[in-house]
Design a protein around this ligand. Structure first.
Ligand code: ZN
Length: 405
């Protein structure tokens, strides 16, 4: 192959293929490259796992440099580092992160086989995230009982602490192996086998015994592209999730003063009470506004009635009040509401442009606003609202051709 790239680089020996538990190693820096403006080191050998097969990359150090990203470039692995390195270097892997990925990855193999055996479901794709892992099944739906059956089968395999073997086979041997997940590569194929349970072609890192996976928990699921996407957590992640969720449920139960299992009923009861009270409050507010509108009309004179008042309501309630005032009676309503809001409204039979009243009234206060001919609103500084209502009343009276009282 006359490719410049292959002439000047050598294949990186992938130490993680043979030993997922190797956390430190020595290697030679073969080349430095530029990857998206960062320095990427090519090594003679590496224990760093590159992002591939859905599994996230390792992090760690190469001498004094931080390894922040690891990419698979086919023949070589690219280690994106925070500073330049050269010669022979010592590499260390962040084991906590790696072991977490090993738990999730091995757990996924077990879960996929469990879904196949319990439901006849095939795994279409997997994703390993920093917080949650997902698995897509070729099922249009999943019942809680079916999910529990898959979970039970998977955790049974964990508790039996079965060995997990990794080996390389030639592609000619594949048909006889009955793989759950077919190989995507050719030549020598890496096979990961959970003893007497699952056999897949996979290039990821796995634990040696299923017991190390810890609890496998299906967290939730939803429909996704015609199938079901389920979220799962393994090992430490499952424990951490259980920890905060049990505290959460205990807190909820304490604040609702019920037993933990009664939390859903208590929340449903409380929500129903809240909705009933909201209806009551809404009815009472309507009656209050109707009475207030009647009182304001009774205190006004002329035709149309000119109502001008500062009311103790937020703007939305004042707007409802204005609508009540102008709904049937021949009326012009000028209302000042909380926060310096000014509302001008008029009945359909009154020839007055509410926007013109607002505009002229606001000139003096550096206020802003707008609206329709029959309803306009604006705002002034809260301390000026009584003054602004009076000004608007004078403006409206003038536009209606009425002498000021
Ligand atoms: Zn795997």
């Amino acid at each position: 192959m006359g490719h410049a790239h292959t002439l000047f680089s050598q294949m990186t020996e992938r130490l993680y293929y043979g030993d997922s538990y190797l956390t430190s190693f020595d290697a030679d820096v073969v080349a430095l490259r530029s990857v998206d403006g960062a320095i990427a080191a090519v090594l003679s050998r590496t224990a760093f796992f590159p992002t591939s097969g859905g599994q996230p990359h390792d992090v760690g150090t190469l001498d004094g440099a931080q390894v922040i990203d690891v990419r698979d470039d086919g023949e070589v692995i690219l280690h994106v580092v925070t500073q330049s390195i050269a010669g022979q270097v010592h590499g260390t892997i962040d084991w906590r992160r790696r072991f977490d990925h090993m738990q999730q990855h091995t757990g996924q193999h077990i879960l996929s086989q469990a879904a196949r055996r319990a439901l006849g479901a095939q795994t279409l794709s997997v994703h390993f995230g920093d917080e949650v892992c997902t698995l897509d099944l070729d099922r249009s739906e999943l019942t809680p009982d079916a999910a529990a059956a898959v979970e039970d089968l998977a955790n049974g395999i964990v508790f039996e602490d079965r060995p997990v073997h990794v080996r390389q086979v030639d592609e000619s041997e594949l048909p006889a192996l009955g793989l759950r997940r077919p190989a995507k590569t050719q030549g020598l194929i890496r096979i990961v086998e959970v003893a007497e349970f699952d056999r897949s072609a996979c290039g990821g890192t796995h634990v040696r015994h299923t017991g190390e996976v810890g609890c496998i928990k299906v967290r939730r699921w939803e429909r996704h592209r015609g199938g079901v996407r389920l979220e799962f957590l393994c090992g430490w992640r499952a424990l951490r999730e259980y920890r905060w969720k049990s505290l959460l449920v205990a807190d909820l139960a304490a604040s609702l003063t019920v037993a933990e299992r009664e939390v859903p009923d208590a929340v449903a009861r409380t929500s129903a009470q809240l909705r009933a009270r909201e209806r009551t409050v809404s009815e009472l507010r309507d009656r209050l506004l109707a009475r207030e509108a009647a009182e304001l009309l009774a205190g006004s004179s002329g035709a149309p009635a000119l109502v001008a008042a500062v009311v103790s309501h937020p703007a939305d309630e004042a707007a409802v009040l204005a609508a009540r005032l102008t709904a049937s009676e021949s009326c012009v309503a000028i209302l000042g509401a909380d926060g310096g809001r000014l509302i001008i409204a008029r009945s359909a039979d009154v020839a007055l442009d509410a926007r013109a009243v607002l505009r002229q009234a606001l000139e003096r206060y550096d206020g802003r606003g707008g609206g329709r001919p029959e309803f306009a609103q604006g705002a002034v500084a809260a301390g000026q609202i009584a003054d602004a209502v009076e000004t608007a009343r004078t403006v409206a009276a003038g536009l209606l051709g009425r002498a000021e009282r």
